[in-house]
Design a protein around this ligand. Structure first.
Ligand SMILES: *[C@@H]1O[C@H](CO)[C@@H](O)[C@H](O)[C@H]1NC(C)=O
Ligand SMILES: *[C@@H]1O[C@H](CO)[C@@H](O)[C@H](O)[C@H]1NC(C)=O
Ligand SMILES: *[C@@H]1O[C@H](CO)[C@@H](O)[C@H](O)[C@H]1NC(C)=O
Ligand SMILES: *[C@@H]1O[C@H](CO)[C@@H](O)[C@H](O)[C@H]1NC(C)=O
Ligand SMILES: *[C@@H]1O[C@H](CO)[C@@H](O)[C@H](O)[C@H]1NC(C)=O
Ligand SMILES: *[C@@H]1O[C@H](CO)[C@@H](O)[C@H](O)[C@H]1NC(C)=O
Ligand SMILES: *[C@@H]1O[C@H](CO)[C@@H](O)[C@H](O)[C@H]1NC(C)=O
Ligand SMILES: *[C@@H]1O[C@H](CO)[C@@H](O)[C@H](O)[C@H]1NC(C)=O
Length: 485
């Protein structure tokens, strides 16, 4: 049963690659779904979408948005690639096209081939350039919403269902769309691996280990459908979390089949600027927007004792994705190359936290903290714990703690894995000396970069949009960033 599926898929691929041409007639098989964007420097945008058929030359039509809203005729430029990929157990092909040669901080209309609708995106500001007003949404551990994910019901072993009338986090992010430049999802993305827990808990179809990954694939597809109203207009930057690593939520690996292992779906679905920034795929990379240098790093694999690697604490049996030492070597090179005159702010994100009230990732701290201290990182964002915990600024191994309104020299830490998925919320184990605010509610974080000295975070409760925490990091520095003071 299990081994027969890849054979079937291979057969389908072969047939499709014969007929799929540039001018393949548009049909439901080639209609773009699950459209998602990612920054590609300040002159580009990666456009990704899924189709039922493989495309021979995935193509995006586009044009500057100069008030010609929705007029297809004006989309007279095209960008193409040959990236249309699938994997065992997947019912779709992932198409990726990078549009290059765009102007910074400019709006474009675009339409993937065979699409019936035109959408709009805005490129990133150049490093060190205005206009001011950069905002971004940050979310962790979000997962699929609805009957196969977080809803007003739970199965055995799960908790914290939504209450009637609550908005879920995807709905809340959508309600705020247009008020942030991009979304940063710091790992644990679709929670398709919860299929096992959901079946064991009697929440969805009875436990069926021989469905060849059909429910896993269904939950993944639902997630990408659900975020599409956001991700087709707003760059959606992602990083790896443990729930991308395999199918089984950390136990009983014998149930996993190939398409569910080793970050396979994660690698296929996204087109983060790894190669653009000298990093690796969607695992570690950087990008800039105005006064900020952003870095996504990987707490799952590719450093000493990484939790998801074979033998690691997470038992996910995944990775590595580069030669030993490559991630940290890249991170140091990237940090050393930041021009703090242009991007005074350095903000990094990685899934597992080490300053937090329950089970810190000590091996992550040991790997990454020395570089964050050495290069004066301003802010470190994490998910993984299913609550919100704002820390102080903190330094070597927790020995020194500074408050964020007093020109801290140490990195400030925020943990927010409260996006809300089938499994529910966590309870912080014990207060730690770095902790400044803990909220156990589904929510996401809105960041505002006011200028080069002030940066504010707000925790938004998904269910009603209330801001439950606000804090501002204040740096005492002189800057000369055009349009930013
Ligand atoms: C754009 O093109 C699609 C398909 O080619 C068509 O269905 C749609 O009506 C067009 N929209 C406009 C505004 O012309
Ligand atoms: C898009 O248009 C095609 C043909 O022009 C049609 O078959 C298809 O149903 C349309 N898709 C949507 C989502 O409207
Ligand atoms: C999923 O992970 C949670 C927390 O790590 C654990 O309590 C639970 O038993 C796991 N479920 C399955 C089905 O492995
Ligand atoms: C499990 O899924 C397979 C494939 O869809 C199906 O043929 C089989 O009947 C299912 N078994 C149960 C017990 O539902
Ligand atoms: C995961 O995939 C990478 C890249 O293909 C490969 O190098 C690595 O060996 C794989 N890890 C496992 C545990 O299979
Ligand atoms: C905070 O607590 C940790 C763990 O108990 C300890 O190692 C550290 O020295 C403390 N930091 C301060 C500033 O008291
Ligand atoms: C920076 O922004 C903060 C918050 O809006 C404001 O109080 C401060 O005056 C600004 N600094 C400059 C130099 O404009
Ligand atoms: C919104 O939800 C939060 C969290 O439960 C609650 O504290 C707050 O009072 C609610 N606000 C409104 C306006 O209902």
């Amino acid at each position: 049963m299990r081994t027969s599926l890849p054979v079937v898929l291979l057969a389908i691929c072969r047939v499709v690659s014969v007929v799929a041409e540039d001018d393949l007639p548009c049909s439901v098989e080639t209609s773009p779904t699950q459209i998602r964007l990612a920054y590609w420097g300040d002159h580009g945008m990666a456009v990704s979408w899924n189709t039922k058929h493989k495309l021979a030359r995935p193509t995006v039509w586009y044009a500057p948005d100069v008030g010609n809203h929705g007029n297809n005729d004006s989309l007279n430029k095209k960008a193409s690639s040959d990236i249309s990929v699938t994997y065992p157990t997947s019912s779709t092909f992932n198409n990726h096209v990078v549009i290059d040669g765009l102007a910074p901080h400019s709006s474009y209309l675009y339409r993937p081939q065979c699409g019936n609708k035109t959408y709009r995106f805005t490129t990133a500001r150049s490093a060190g350039k205005g206009p001011s007003g950069l905002k971004f949404a940050m979310v962790g551990d979000m997962g699929t919403m609805g009957p196969d994910g977080l809803s007003t019901e739970v199965g055995t072993g799960a908790a914290n269902p939504l209450q009637p009338g609550d908005l879920n986090t995807i709905q809340s992010l959508l309600a705020y769309a247009g008020h942030y430049d991009f979304v940063w999802h710091v790992g644990d993305i679709a929670y398709a691996d919860s299929w096992l827990k959901e079946e064991k808990g009697g929440y969805i179809t009875p436990l069926n280990k021989t469905d060849n990954g059909a429910v896993y694939d269904r939950i993944l597809n639902e997630f990408y459908d659900e975020i599409e109203p956001i991700s087709r207009s707003t760059p959606y930057m992602v990083g790896p979390g443990n729930h991308e690593a395999n199918c089984d939520n950390g136990s009983d690996l014998s149930i996993c089949i190939p398409g569910q292992l080793n970050f396979t779906g994660y690698r296929a679905h996204w087109k983060m600027p790894g190669s653009f920034s000298g990093g690796v795929e969607n695992f570690w990379y950087s990008w800039e927007n105005g006064p900020v240098h952003f870095i996504q790093f990987n707490t799952e694999t590719d450093f000493a004792n990484a939790p998801d690697e074979p033998g690691g604490e997470g038992a996910e049996n995944a990775g590595p994705f580069a030669p030993s030492g490559a991630q940290l070597a890249w991170l140091e090179k990237d940090l050393a190359g930041v021009d703090r005159k242009k991007t005074p702010w350095v903000i990094v994100g990685g899934h597992r936290p080490w300053y937090v009230s329950s089970s810190p990732c000590i091996e992550c701290r040991d790997a990454f903290e020395p570089l964050f201290l050495k290069y004066g990182v301003d802010l470190v964002l994490h998910g993984h714990k299913h609550f919100y915990e704002r820390e102080a600024a903190v330094g070597p191994l927790g020995a020194t703690i500074q408050e964020i309104d007093g020109n801290p020299t140490l990195p400030w830490y925020i943990v927010n894995g409260a996006g809300g998925h089938y499994d529910g919320l966590d309870t912080p184990a014990a207060h730690v000396n770095t902790s400044r605010k803990v909220i156990v509610e589904y929510g996401w974080s809105l960041f505002t970069v006011h200028n080069c000295t002030h940066l504010t975070t707000q925790f938004v409760a998904s269910k009603n949009g209330s801001v439950l925490d606000t804090a501002t990091l204040v740096k005492d520095r002189k800057c000369n960033v055009a349009g930013w003071n």
